[in-house]
Design a protein around this ligand. Structure first.
Ligand SMILES: [Zn+2]
Ligand SMILES: [Zn+2]
Length: 179
């Protein structure tokens, strides 16, 4: 896969550096796009819903959109807070289909969130899959019924853990990769 565009990863708040470096490396391997790591933004408190104690992911996308202005780099926002959209209890991430912005949350990708001991390796793999999935939507990929494909919709982390980090051949055929 080869895309002509550039990318940027924008951390919201304090995001551990090693996960950002892994994202950068894997996104290059998978999409052939150089992602630079931008300086962290402070989390916009207006995205916070105190009743739900979660952040509205669509708000974060609009926020990044406003900031990027005419800059059309592929953008991945990364946050370590729980995200939601009004129709759902939570989301792992959200993407602007055929746009240029996606957001992922790390918090539910960590074993500790569920009371298990920390496991960095599992956390990194999940993070890469969620990032590729959401950026895949931005690039025009839809959900796929192949449970091994990164574009398979994850209802739960067992779906995420079962799938791979690459789009399957049938997904790749539907998309012309050069933008
Ligand atoms: Zn999806
Ligand atoms: Zn697929």
């Amino acid at each position: 896969m080869k895309l002509e565009s550039k990318g940027q990863v924008i951390p919201f708040g304090d995001i551990e550096k090693d996960v950002l470096m892994i994202l950068r490396k894997e996104l290059y391997n998978i999409f052939g796009i150089e992602f630079k790591i931008s300086p962290p933004l402070s989390i916009p408190e207006s995205a916070y819903n105190s009743r739900r104690q979660q952040y509205h992911s669509s708000y974060l996308i609009r926020y990044l959109k406003k900031l990027s202005g005419k800059n059309i780099d592929l953008t991945l926002g990364v946050i370590d807070k729980d995200l939601y959209v009004p129709q759902l209890n939570f989301v792992f991430g959200e993407a602007e289909l055929n746009g240029n912005i996606a957001v992922i949350s790390l918090i539910r990708l960590k074993q500790e969130f569920y009371g298990f001991p920390e496991n960095k390796n599992i956390f990194y793999q999940r993070t890469v899959k969620e990032a590729v999935h959401e950026l895949g939507h931005v690039l025009g990929f839809h959900h796929c019924t192949n449970p091994k494909c990164v574009m398979f919709f994850s209802n739960s982390l067992s779906d995420t853990d079962r799938k791979g980090k690459y789009p399957c051949n049938s997904c790749l055929k539907k998309i012309s990769i050069t933008k």
